[in-house]
Design a protein. Structure first.
Lengths: 118, 114
């Protein structure tokens, strides 16, 4: 299967600072990337859909000014948590797929980034 | 709106015993169904998926699932589990025309014991 990487795998930051997380598709061009958030022992919650070259579409309840998403190329999307606070501490996972002719395009998931805000 | 229910938050089972992890969904339109596995501090790995065709789907690591439209279920089964199967399992649904968005269940922790 296709490979998606995330960097960093974990990060600790002070409250009030901003943190950038990268999501890369290593061996395919990702027309669309998704960003998820997962709290301990809970499910994945979709935060936003990122399409290359256009603005991200955020799910209801997700602050777009706090979680900045940029999909600058077909292999890279970034999530920036601005002015992070302890409640932003979570496991952030991205997924990516390349649109094709089939009715469904499989998403490939990154390994996740553990963010801890002190 | 679509939703996914995984009734069992934890399932303990002895090694080499069979296991079934339950998943029910609700949707007013046709759906695609998935099972993912997540090991601690890792991303998700696709176990199997149902898009169309045969309702019995075989996946990796000896897992299989059966799509039952009348009961809106997609239960995951394995005839004989191994210690290495200990992980979190997520059922997910995507509806046709939904832009590939996945809705996840709350997950089932499978704990395989000796």
């Amino acid at each position: 299967g296709a490979v998606v990487s995330q960097h960093p795998s974990w990060v600790i930051c002070k409250s009030g600072t901003s943190v950038k997380i990268e999501c890369r598709s290593l061996d395919f061009q990702a027309t669309t990337m998704f960003w998820y958030r997962q709290f301990p022992k809970q499910s994945l919650m979709l935060m936003a859909t990122s399409n290359e070259g256009s603005k991200a579409t955020y799910e209801q309840g997700v602050e777009k000014d706090k979680f900045l998403i940029n999909h600058a190329s077909l292999t890279l999307s970034t999530l920036t948590v601005t002015s992070a606070h302890p409640e932003d501490s979570s496991f952030y996972i991205c997924s990516a797929y390349s649109s094709g002719e089939t009715s469904y395009n499989e998403q490939f998931f990154g390994p996740g980034t553990r963010l801890t805000v002190l | 709106a679509q939703s996914v229910t995984q009734l069992d938050s934890q399932v303990p089972v002895f090694e080499e015993a069979p296991v079934e992890l339950r998943c029910n969904y609700s949707s007013s339109v046709s759906v695609y169904l998935f099972w993912y596995v997540q090991y601690p501090n890792q991303g998700l790995q696709l176990l199997l998926k149902y898009l169309s065709g045969s309702t019995l789907v075989k996946g990796i690591n000896g897992f299989e699932a059966e799509f039952n439209k009348s009961q809106t279920s997609f239960h995951l089964r394995k005839p004989s589990v191994h210690i290495s199967d200990t992980a979190e399992y997520f059922c997910a649904v995507s509806y046709t025309g939904g832009g590939n968005k996945l809705t996840f269940g709350t997950g089932t922790q499978l704990k395989v014991e000796l």
